[in-house]
Design a binder for this molecule. Structure first.
Ligand SMILES: *[C@@H]1O[C@H](CO)[C@@H](O)[C@H](O)[C@H]1NC(C)=O
Ligand SMILES: *[C@@H]1O[C@H](CO)[C@@H](O)[C@H](O)[C@H]1NC(C)=O
Ligand SMILES: *[C@@H]1O[C@H](CO)[C@@H](O)[C@H](O)[C@H]1NC(C)=O
Ligand SMILES: *[C@@H]1O[C@H](CO)[C@@H](O)[C@H](O)[C@H]1NC(C)=O
Ligand SMILES: *[C@@H]1O[C@H](CO)[C@@H](O)[C@H](O)[C@H]1NC(C)=O
Ligand SMILES: *[C@@H]1O[C@H](CO)[C@@H](O)[C@H](O)[C@H]1NC(C)=O
Ligand SMILES: *[C@@H]1O[C@H](CO)[C@@H](O)[C@H](O)[C@H]1NC(C)=O
Ligand SMILES: *[C@@H]1O[C@H](CO)[C@@H](O)[C@H](O)[C@H]1NC(C)=O
Length: 284
């Protein structure tokens, strides 16, 4: 019941045109000169042409924040021989892991839906080492998000003035890289002379499901989306709900946030401010 109510609110909210700070970051093209694709090879298999590309999507701060300011990815495109040019593209936002079994599913979707599919990997780029991180480790996945949230909630505001600190939460570059990956794929497909519709359906798992929600909120080319294993579209309410349901514990999935003292601060004013930036419900 509750979930339905929130879904309803969200769907009404999406595309409302109200600009949020994420829009400003994603649509800031001052680093557009580094957004590039390079074709590695192409093969024909499973009744489809498969292109492998290397792409560079964005610049996120510089060495003063981390050792990974320029984001690079693998990008795979499938064009099925039975393509229907009216069908939207399916956009799979993938992780950095070596396991590529998901590509088999995406390839089958391409034939069954008679649509072009695009898979972007390394969302987020990782491991990332942060300049001020006393552990000195290369962080991955939620460890990175939790670190950037902690930085936002504490001294990031002082170190990165003029509101640039708002761009620190990792969901900002994750969403922008996903949007740029789509732009680059479209550019490639046009140069190849394909006839297709510039509408797409993004999908991804976990923090890439989160990215899917955010991309849906800010990119009007998205006509539907399939976030997988990510339903925290109202952090404050859902984390509290989870804590109560688990008898006063957090889910294992929140371990990195717990370790970074994020869970304990979710009722603070600072966290309220952070939610405005990265909670899909803020685009309402
Ligand atoms: C775009 O980003 C650049 C680099 O971070 C920044 O200097 C510039 O002020 C931003 N532009 C706008 C309109 O926010
Ligand atoms: C295409 O490039 C990828 C990545 O370098 C490689 O794994 C694959 O074997 C190549 N395929 C062909 C047909 O050359
Ligand atoms: C490719 O398409 C042909 C003709 O539609 C079909 O007979 C064949 O089973 C398809 N092959 C694969 C691998 O899907
Ligand atoms: C893709 O489809 C083929 C043919 O239907 C099937 O054999 C294969 O298991 C499917 N792959 C995945 C990953 O579902
Ligand atoms: C950043 O540092 C981590 C940890 O040392 C390392 O694994 C990673 O490759 C580095 N990234 C870049 C782009 O140099
Ligand atoms: C912040 O903005 C003010 C007013 O636009 C400007 O004078 C100042 O140089 C900026 N500071 C930094 C560190 O960019
Ligand atoms: C592209 O596909 C649409 C829809 O099938 C069709 O109407 C149009 O003529 C095609 N354009 C070209 C250049 O083939
Ligand atoms: C979390 O809070 C505890 C208690 O205030 C503190 O000792 C610890 O250093 C904090 N951890 C991080 C990662 O900020």
């Amino acid at each position: 019941m509750l979930a339905q109510k929130y879904l309803f609110i969200l769907l009404l909210g999406l595309g409302s045109g109200e600009k949020i700070p994420l829009d400003d970051f994603v649509y800031n093209d001052s680093d557009l000169n580094i957004a590039k694709w390079r074709l590695i090879n192409s093969t024909i298999n499973n009744n489809q042409t498969i292109y492998k590309l290397k792409i560079t999507t964005l610049k996120w701060f510089d060495d003063s924040l981390s050792n990974n300011s320029i984001w690079k990815h693998d990008l795979y495109i499938t064009v099925p021989s039975n393509l229907n040019p009216n069908n939207p593209l399916f956009y799979y936002i993938h992780s950095a892991e070596d396991d590529l079994t998901d590509l088999g599913y995406v390839s089958n979707i391409s034939n069954k839906c008679r649509c072009i599919t695009i898979t972007i990997r390394q969302i987020p780029n990782q491991p990332i080492k942060f300049t001020d991180d006393p552990s000195g480790k290369g962080r991955v996945e939620d460890e990175i998000i939790a670190w950037t949230m902690g930085l936002y909630l504490t001294d990031g505001r002082l170190k990165f003035p003029n509101k640039t600190y708002e761009n620190i939460p990792l969901l900002f570059p994750m969403t922008k890289a996903a949007k740029r990956g789509m732009d680059l794929a479209i550019n490639f497909l046009k140069i190849k002379g394909y006839n297709f519709t510039e509408k797409f359906i993004p999908s991804g798992k976990s923090k890439r499901g989160w990215t899917t929600w955010l991309l849906t909120a800010i990119d009007t080319r998205v006509i539907a989306s399939v976030p997988i294993v990510y339903d925290i579209i109202n952090w404050n309410l859902i984390i509290h709900d989870q804590y109560m349901s688990l008898g006063g514990r957090y889910s294992f999935a929140l371990e990195d946030y717990f370790n970074q003292n994020i869970t304990e601060s979710i009722d603070s004013l600072e966290f309220y401010d952070l939610r405005r930036l990265i909670d899909p419900l803020s685009k309402t």
